[in-house]
Ligand binder design. Structure first.
Ligand code: NAD
Length: 291
């Protein structure tokens, strides 16, 4: 069994990006600049945004954190997005989700200039991704592709079962894996909450991408020997033995699945750090495309 080490691969990617930033600087050009908008004080969102800003510093990007109070109106947020859309200093920006209930998430995502939409959530980017045109691929699916590629996992002709059909993970993942690409050309089954006899599908799968958000859902009896497992799930489970009061659990029961797996991502240290690295990669891409 080989661990698909997201910490190591994401570090490689960040080192490559940092090297490119040095090149950009040496030519006297402007370095990539990412802005992140956070509305409210949700603990997980604050952690995510802060780590994204820290990642920017690590590779030499510019970064701006726009920290707004919970009661910010939708109108005000849309105004800020318009400013970011036209601000020449900003190459790409993200609006951290989820947003407070009084703000229409769809409306906000639609307002982002697709050329600066480094999260790849705008319909223009989703459409281009679906048609296999140059686009911003959202960071989690992009990170999974990169991880599979760098470990040279054979995907062509393989049966991939994606569990989950969300717009940010399951759905794009299923599309990307079926396309003609290095980590692609697979036969894809997409499973969701209404799927019956899921274990019949997962037992046939050569590769399983679990993105449903139910901790330790996929167990050893549901997979065949030699399977490749990508565990996207991250759930905080209350745990008083931990200093921070919780532990992180994936969607895969690692103890029972890993002995049967050829390759498996751990949680933490698998898909999570890859997602962070690919946001940087998209920001670098945004900078290059604007040049
Ligand atoms: P979501 O809640 O939007 O979607 C969950 C999907 O799972 C739905 O499509 C639903 O139909 C499906 N599902 C629910 N119960 C099921 C069942 N019993 N059998 C089969 N399918 C079922 O979730 P999401 O935003 O895609 O996130 C999924 C998980 O991945 C969460 O734990 C989230 O925290 C994590 N996540 C991690 C990263 C990362 O960078 N590692 C990024 C995004 C999401």
């Amino acid at each position: 069994m080989t661990i698909l080490d997201g910490n190591k691969i994401s570090k490689d990617i960040k080192d490559e990006i940092a090297e490119e930033v040095i090149q950009i600087k040496s030519k006297g050009e402007k370095v990539p600049h990412l802005a992140a908008v956070l509305v409210g004080t949700d603990g997980a969102s604050m952690t995510y945004v802060n780590s994204k800003v820290k990642d920017c510093e690590m590779v030499g990007f510019g970064s701006t954190l726009i920290d707004l109070p919970e009661e910010t109106t939708e109108e005000k947020l849309l105004e800020i997005i318009q400013d970011l859309n036209t601000n020449d200093d900003i190459d790409g920006f993200i609006v951290q989700l989820p947003l407070p209930k009084h703000i229409n998430e769809q409306k906000v995502l639609m307002a982002i200039n697709p050329d600066k939409d480094v999260d790849g959530f705008h319909p223009v980017n989703v459409g281009k991704m679906t048609l296999d045109l140059p686009a911003f691929i959202s960071a989690t699916p992009f990170g999974i592709l990169e991880l599979l590629e760098r470990y040279q996992i054979q995907t062509s002709g393989k049966h991939v079962v994606v569990i989950g059909r969300s717009h940010i993970v399951g759905r794009p993942m299923s599309i990307l894996m079926s396309q003609k690409r290095k980590a692609g050309n697979a036969t894809v089954t997409i499973a969701h909450s209404r799927t019956t006899n899921l274990e019949n599908l997962t037992r046939q799968a050569d590769i399983i991408i679990a993105a449903l958000g139910i901790p330790e859902f996929l167990t050893g009896d549901m997979v065949k020997d030699g399977v490749t497992i990508v565990d996207v799930g991250i759930t905080r489970i209350p745990d008083e033995t931990k200093k921070r009061g919780y532990r992180l659990a994936g969607d895969v029961h690692f103890e029972s699945v890993s002995p049967k797996a050829a390759y498996i991502t751990p949680v933490p240290g698998g898909v999570g750090p890859m997602t962070r690295a690919m946001l940087l990669k998209n920001t670098l891409l945004a900078r290059k495309r604007r040049n």
